[in-house]
Design a binder for this molecule. Structure first.
Ligand code: CAA
Length: 236
């Protein structure tokens, strides 16, 4: 039987590229989305990949969605924690809500979804969890104390959960993208992007979503069974 994967934030940007690549590998993919219904439905029509709407930052919503997916699609073997948001501002201007929303979705979402999938993976003796970090969680970024803290937290989460999954055939790894040509990066002020960010990328360009997806599908494959607790950077 084909393996089943959940990709959070899986209908747009990096997540959409991951969903498509997993599907190319013969995996049955379920793509989560939170907001953009039109784009999600268009993606579903184009790819045949089922999309489900829920907020990964909401623990109960994750439990309910997981139960529904298990019933309608089957047991989940692969989880890609990709959903992420930005609420950029300097600390001086950042409100508590901007901090909390980013922590709740970007880091809390990893916990909520892992809680849902981990017991079944353990019972079946096989699982793959890939968490999407960020170069900005490794190096920090002006205007992103919330996002950098959440993405940095993903590394500790990944290493700790990798230790817990190791004997049960579950690998847990992180992929850290650099600046990738997605809506999230295109939303940055053009002057900031061109003067402050792109000049610091040694290859001199933004990455493509597929350049992240290729790393993720490798980590999700049988071939990567001896890699766990690792962080792979793909940041140009
Ligand atoms: N490093 C150092 N100084 C910087 C800076 C930087 N990266 N960016 C801005 N500054 C300076 C500016 O030059 C300016 O200085 P002066 O007052 O002396 O001119 C000062 O900080 C204020 O800058 P802004 O006018 O931009 O301040 P703002 O309050 O209007 O905006 C901001 C602040 C929203 C954080 C804006 O700078 C910004 O959008 N920065 C980009 C943040 C970023 O990189 N986000 C990544 C989003 S994509 C992503 O997160 C995906 C991923 O994983 C990689």
């Amino acid at each position: 039987m084909a393996r089943i994967a959940i990709v959070t934030g899986g209908s747009r940007g990096i997540g959409a590229a991951i969903s498509r690549r997993l599907q190319d590998m013969g995996v049955t993919v379920v793509a989560n989305y939170a907001g953009n219904e039109d784009k999600a439905k268009a993606f579903e029509g184009e790819t045949g990949i089922r999309t489900y709407k829920w907020d990964v930052g909401d623990f109960d919503a994750c439990q309910a969605a997981f139960a529904q997916i298990t019933e309608e699609v089957g047991p989940v073997d692969i989880l890609v924690n990709n959903a992420g948001i930005t609420r950029d501002a300097t600390l001086m201007r950042m409100t508590y809500d901007m901090w909390d929303e980013v922590m709740r979705v970007n880091l809390g979402g990893c916990f909520n979804m892992a809680k849902a999938v981990f017991p079944g993976m353990k019972d079946r003796g096989w699982g793959r969890i890939v968490n999407i970090g960020s170069v900005n969680g490794q190096s920090g970024q002006y205007g992103q104390v919330n996002y950098a803290a959440a993405k940095s937290g993903i590394h500790g989460f990944t290493k700790a959960l990798a230790a817990e999954g190791a004997r049960a055939g579950i690998t847990v790894n992180a992929v850290c993208p650099g600046y990738i040509a997605t809506d999230m990066v295109k939303a940055i002020d053009e002057k900031v992007l061109n003067e402050r960010i792109i000049p610091l990328i040694p290859v001199g360009r933004l990455g493509e979503p597929e350049e992240i997806a290729r790393v993720v599908v490798f980590l999700a494959s049988d071939d990567a069974g001896f890699i766990t607790g690792s962080t792979i950077s793909a940041n140009g």
